[in-house]
Design a protein around this ligand. Structure first.
Ligand code: PLP
Length: 461
């Protein structure tokens, strides 16, 4: 499989190259040249298989030339071995025709472990084979960074630097980033918002001298390998509920559009997904885009679901690429307009194409808290605030088609918001109960590109 950029002007790469590169050199995002499809029989045959076997069958057509079959099976096995649930992504019923897909049984208690654990193993295998070394730089609103540090800690061929917005991540998220003691992982607390962190990372990638001198690699949600890892659980969930004989809909708490875009890929591969519902908190650029066609930045208001506090949704570019029938020049023009004008209007044709797959909803802070409290009372289920945003929007889209809401984090990762809503402080799972006692290691840094680059040059091995 070859990979092309959404902006049409970057070199065409293999899976391994696209994974190691992250952002394309024309500023775009990599996508497979064609989307492989699965037949109804192939999808039906996934029913009842272990998660790892489904993962192999779904992802193999995308990676085939970069890894040998047994090597790739070993990578998948190691990636999910540390999960705290044998089903990896178990389903739970919330109400008639409404199900919760629990994606928080990985080592850092959020869905990002599904992709990051896999990427850690993929990077290690690829870099060892090449005799190469890279510097991974990532921006996080909390969960990406902890998942990345957890996935890469102690690996030989990788240094990891994670930028997070100082004071704007939960204590559990921060401690998951600052307590690992391995010398190849570095938590950097930036004075700014998540979007500032994300912009700094983008700028480092566009600084080609710096990029080449430190061997920069990215593992943010723009990395195609991460999107691909997330395609798998749409298959396991849908098949468990009767696909391909039955259509299934999904509601996805959304920030950078990575998780829900994986659902779009699953649908293009032939999984009968009726609707993908975007659920946003008060930072609702995606909801406004789908309902009005205006994709316009509007600042960031910190919320109780901080992993979705974004101004710009980077993976949305991939959906725009398909909505424009693969016209990279059209996507590049929109992205230029976004940069210079702070927004753009989606053309009528592209908007109609997006609406064939995507619906959307927005949830206020009060509604998020009320949903956590109500679900606790009605079902006994304690939701994290992000999952509650999803559940609230999903409830407005329930119908004859089974609805699956993605539960993106464990409630113990956001104990303050959960306690405020329910009076209950959710405990951490036993395997990480001593998190609050471990020593922290973090560097505070100004929102200044030169200073960040200097620090990275200095600290990497
Ligand atoms: C990252 C994250 C999201 C948003 O996922 P995207 O792929 O950025 O849309 C939602 N919930 C939680 C808990 C997250 O960590």
């Amino acid at each position: 499989m070859r990979y092309i950029s959404t902006r049409g002007k970057a070199p065409v790469l293999s899976f391994e190259e696209a994974m190691l590169t992250g952002l394309a050199r024309d500023g775009g995002l990599y996508l497979p040249e064609t989307i492989p499809t699965m037949t109804e029989d192939e999808i039906a045959a996934l029913a009842g298989l272990p998660y790892e076997e489904v993962a192999f069958r779904v992802m193999w057509p995308y990676v085939g030339e970069s890894f040998a079959e047994e090597e790739f099976r070993g990578i998948i096995a190691r990636a999910y071995a540390e999960f705290g649930h044998v089903a990896r992504a178990p389903l739970k019923q919330l109400a008639p025709n409404h199900f919760l897909l629990e994606l928080f049984h990985g080592p850092t208690l959020a869905f990002k472990d599904f992709a990051m654990q896999l990427i850690g193993q993929l990077f290690e295998a690829a870099l060892k084979r090449r005799g190469d070394r890279v510097t991974i730089v990532g921006a996080t609103s909390g969960d990406t960074g902890s998942a990345a540090i957890e996935a890469f800690r102690g690996l030989d061929a990788v240094d990891v630097f994670i930028l997070y917005p100082h004071g704007r991540v939960s204590e559990v998220q921060r401690r998951q980033m600052t307590t690992p003691s391995e010398s190849n992982v570095h938590a950097l607390a930036l004075d700014g918002h998540f979007d500032d962190c994300q912009a700094a990372v983008k700028d480092m990638f566009n600084d080609f001298d710096f990029r080449d001198s430190v061997g920069l690699a990215g593992v943010n949600s723009i990395n195609w390998a991460r999107v691909l890892a997330q395609v798998v659980y749409y298959f396991t969930a849908a098949v468990a509920l009767g696909a391909p004989a039955r259509k299934i809909s999904f509601t996805v708490p959304t920030g950078n559009f990575g998780d829900i875009f994986a659902g779009y890929i699953a649908r293009r591969m032939g999984l009968p997904i009726e609707q993908l519902v975007i659920a946003t908190n008060q930072n609702d650029i995606l909801h406004r885009a789908i309902t009005t066609g205006a994709y316009k930045t509007d600042g960031v208001s910190p919320s109780i679901s901080p992993s979705m506090d974004i101004q710009v949704s980077s993976n949305f570019e991939r959906a725009l690429f398909y909505a424009h029938d693969g016209d990279g020049a059209a996507v590049a023009a929109l992205m230029d307009e976004l940069k210079s004008e702070g927004g753009f209007t989606i053309s009528q044709g592209a908007l109609e194409s997006l609406r064939e797959t995507f619906a959307s909803g927005r949830v206020s802070e009060e509604e998020t808290s009320a949903t956590i409290a109500r679900l606790r009372a009605e079902t006994g289920e304690i939701l994290c605030p992000h999952s509650a945003v999803g559940v609230h929007v999903a409830e407005q889209h329930l119908g004859a088609t089974p609805m699956v809401t993605l539960a993106t984090a464990h409630p113990a990762k956001f104990p303050d918001a959960v306690e405020a809503a329910t009076g209950i402080r959710p405990p951490l799972p036993n395997r990480m109960a001593d998190l609050y006692e471990r020593d922290e290691r973090v560097t505070r840094i100004a929102n200044d590109l030169g200073a960040i680059e200097d620090l990275i040059r200095e600290r990497r091995a």
